[in-house]
Design a protein around this ligand. Structure first.
Ligand code: OX2
Length: 804
């Protein structure tokens, strides 16, 4: 859009008066943010409304991305960027005497997700709009986001995230578009005398009103405003034949009160099932209602809409759509089923057994009786159809029902036309292992879609110094066409450019150092190598391996303090699920080790540990541009893809990585010389499983170095971890190290030694950083969503996105 600073200033002053009727200097920073946010809402309104109108007029195929998590990050700056008025508003703010960066920081960061899965959903929202695809988000408006993490005495404590306290400038409540979602009660089928059709009769259900809150998702410089719709649970209006009490109100509100703080882990609680059905049902009802307003026949539904199931949490959209087509639209089963499978597609995000959702059949039957009947019929028909072809055993292993449970991933594959993994290796493992039986039955349904990230947020906004340098060197085309980043390779042997790249990194490291000094009172030197690991705390992600590496370095410096060591700062960001005891022990270990190391004068500033509390999208934006090394060290096979690997790469960090998830594709893109690989391969891990011959104790007995490192956990080297140190030590030796930490330790240490070595040659290091930046465009979410659009959703963008 077009905007002058003068116009902006007038608009701001006017709105300030309307909203607050006060002088500017009476407003707090957060109130100033609200004025600016509301103003940007006005600026984007045209674009949003016109997009919606255009979709209705042209009846373009719509994609609905159902996800129980979204992590959009702060929206003020990204909306301004996408509108094309960021520089104008920044300059205008300055003239108004406002501290723009402070206003940006005053926006609450919506923590409506746990980690990679939720952030991927939001990267996709950004890319859908930027690629001119008619894409809609559908999720839950949690009253409280993921907990805020604080450390007390080194232990994680969880504080409530009251993100809506000051309201949310971006959302619009659409009360008139509310739907009713039914839970519990009884249901039976009765033949309607007039029509002769079977209709379900519901008794004693608990009805919940689902109220949508819409947020605009803007495209980059293309006048697109898509919608993310989040549902809130409220009491239905009081009726003549029924009243609702205060207690009913509290019970209903609980459904959308908090996000479950589990990442890649299944915690089969009733409230979670209610959340899943709540947003699945509300979303499907509103899609069909909207469709019906514009279209006569439902037979075309599969050509008009696509519903994407982001992990199994929204899988109940399958029986819910069947319910509507059967019970309300009176279609035959076979027609309804054909439409449903045509509409639905599913992404799997993990092969971890503990993360695969399985609801007890009796729970589902009690809580969602009609949905249960429909799943039972899906199960029955699947068995009838497949048993003669594939045999009873395979069918038993892969049907929705098994061991008294409903296996949601199986239901998702059976009820959709596409199942994808999120990196090549992950998709292969799905086919070979986790979903092998269904792959044998439906090979044509399986495909890979390697994850991607939006460079608009992760480079343009998070790393302005790098963006400006790129503009100077290769022009600004990369901002809309990420593959243009590859042209920067031409400057690989240009020492002046490499020096500028090093300067950009130093600037970002200084900025992070200032933040660390201000928040944690720890002094770090930007000249040191910044080694970063940022992700949820999970045993399989092996933060422990990283810690053991630090213990080794600490011990080496203590033993030979006068040797030369590359100065290092090890930076962690990680939340643990509140009930994940082991993960919390690792947090305590990191903090205790940090305390020891950071205060030991013998380290002479050559080793520092910084554990930044409350890792979130906005904290990631500060850490990633400052990283020299990004650790991606999961046990091979366990990390489906990873996405921080892509963000770090785009910001010129080199990966220290196992051959897992998307790390493999990153290696293929940048070449093995431009990252540091170590550790067991998937085949080696699987061979250990098959032969059951892994013994961590043997490795400990044979290697003095391993022994020295592990012993530090239990010999009081690190004060304050009597319990934690012993538990962790036991997990490795007594319980035989589920994630091969001990097995990979020496090869990890060797890779770290290579890194120290490589860092000495700064010219060559910057060349490697440059290769990483150059190939980051291959992992742009724009490309990823285009592949979904073509192969899975069968939608095409309207016209080529504007390139300038
Ligand atoms: C995560 C995966 O663990 C991660 O590897 C992947 O990059 C991300 O999803 C996005 O695909 N919950 N979170 C994930 O999987 C599940 C389940």
């Amino acid at each position: 859009m077009k905007l002058t600073t003068a116009q902006f200033k007038t608009d701001y002053r006017k709105l300030l008066k309307t909203l607050y009727a006060e002088e500017q200097d009476e407003l707090s920073t957060s109130e100033q943010f609200l004025v600016l946010g509301n103003l940007v809402r006005q600026y984007l309104a045209d674009q949003w409304q016109q997009t919606t109108a255009e979709y209705n007029r042209t009846q373009r195929k719509q994609v609905y991305y159902f996800s129980i998590e979204f992590l959009p990050g702060r929206l003020l700056e990204s909306n301004l960027l996408n509108l094309g008025i960021l520089d104008t508003v920044r300059a205008g703010s300055k003239e108004l005497g406002l501290d723009f960066d402070q206003l940006v920081a005053a926006e609450p960061d919506p923590g409506l997700g746990n980690g990679g899965l939720g952030r991927l959903a939001s990267c996709f929202m950004d890319s859908l709009a930027s690629m001119q695809i008619a894409g809609n988000g559908n999720g839950i408006r949690y009253r409280y986001g993921l907990f805020k993490q604080a450390f007390i005495n080194g232990y994680q404590v969880e504080l409530p995230d009251d993100w809506l306290r000051n309201g949310n400038v971006w959302e619009v409540c659409k009360e008139s578009k509310a739907c009713t979602v039914r839970f519990g009660g009884n249901v039976y089928l009765r033949r309607d005398e007039a029509s002769g059709q079977l209709v379900p009769v519901y008794e004693n259900t608990q009805d919940v009103l689902a109220v949508p809150y819409d947020t605009a998702m803007l495209g980059y410089h293309n006048h697109v405003g898509n919608t993310m719709r989040l549902w809130s649970a409220e009491l239905p209006p009081q009726a003549d034949d029924h009243y609702y009490t205060q207690a009913d109100k509290a019970a209903v509100a609980r459904i959308t009160e908090v996000l479950y703080p589990d990442d890649s882990n299944y915690d089969g609680q009733l409230l979670r099932l209610h959340q899943e059905y709540f947003f699945s049902s509300a979303g499907v009802q509103s899609i069909i209602r909207h469709y019906r307003r514009h279209q006569q026949s439902l037979v075309d539904l599969g050509r008009q809409i696509a519903i994407h199931i982001n992990d199994t949490h929204p899988t109940l959209v399958i029986p819910e759509l069947m319910r509507i087509l059967l019970d309300e639209e009176h279609l035959d089963w076979s027609v309804a089923w054909r439409i449903t499978t045509q509409v639905m597609s599913y992404t799997n995000h993990t092969i971890l057994q503990e993360a695969l959702e399985k609801w007890p059949q009796d729970m589902l039957a009690r809580e969602l009786p009609r949905i249960y009947q429909i799943i039972a019929e899906i199960d029955r028909r699947f068995r009838v159809e497949m048993t003669p072809i594939y045999g009873a055993e395979r069918v038993q292993r892969s049907a929705p029902f098994g061991d008294g449970q409903v296996r949601m991933a199986y239901l998702a594959v059976i009820g959709s036309h596409s199942t994808n993994g999120v990196a090549k290796l992950h998709t292969e493992l799905l086919q070979r292992d986790v979903l092998a039986d269904l792959y044998a039955i439906y090979p044509e349904r399986f495909n890979n879609k390697t994850n991607g990230i939006t460079l608009r947020r992760w480079v343009q906004l998070a790393n302005k110094p790098l963006s400006e340098l790129l503009d100077q060197q290769i022009g600004s085309g990369w901002r809309s066409a990420s593959s243009e980043l590859e042209t920067v390779k031409a400057y690989q042997n240009d020492p002046a450019f490499l020096a500028k790249l090093a300067q950009v990194k130093l600037t970002n490291k200084q900025r992070l150092a200032d933040y660390v000094a201000a928040t944690l009172q720890i002094k770090i030197d930007p000249i040191a190598l910044f080694d970063v690991q940022i992700k949820r705390l999970h045993a399989y992600k092996r933060q422990l391996l990283h810690v053991l590496g630090i213990i080794d370095l600490y011990q080496r410096i203590k033993a030979a303090p006068d040797e030369h060591y590359q100065a290092r700062v090890h930076i962690f960001g990680a939340k643990a699920a509140p009930s994940y005891y082991y993960a919390k022990e690792i947090i305590k270990l990191i903090n205790a080790l940090a305390d020891l190391v950071n205060h030991d004068p013998a380290m002479r500033d050559r080793l520092k540990i910084v554990f930044l509390p409350n890792y979130s999208v906005s904290l990631a934006e500060k850490i990633i541009p400052a990283a020299d090394i990004g650790e991606q060290i999961s046990t091979a096979s366990k990390e489906a893809s990873g996405t921080s690997n892509m963000k770090l790469m785009a910001n010129g960090a080199l990966a220290l990585a196992t051959l897992d998830g998307a790390n493999i594709e990153i290696r293929d893109a940048v070449g093995a010389d431009n990252l540091f690989l170590f550790g067991l391969t998937v085949d080696e891990v699987y061979a250990y499983y098959a032969q059951q011959n892994y013994r961590a104790q043997t490795l400990y007995d044979q290697s003095p170095r391993i022994r020295r490192i592990l012993d530090a956990l239990v010999d009081d080297t690190i004060p304050g971890i009597q319990t934690e140190g012993r538990d962790i030590y036991d997990s490795l030796l007594r319980f035989n190290d589920d994630y091969f930490v001990v097995r990979d330790l020496e090869s990890y240490l060797a890779a770290q030694a290579q890194i120290d070595q490589a860092y000495q040659d700064q010219n060559q290091w910057q060349q490697r950083a440059l290769e990483n930046i150059a190939f980051a465009g291959r992992f742009s979410a724009d490309k990823t969503v285009n592949r979904y659009a073509e192969d899975i959703w069968h939608v095409h963008h309207q016209s080529r996105p504007e390139t300038k």
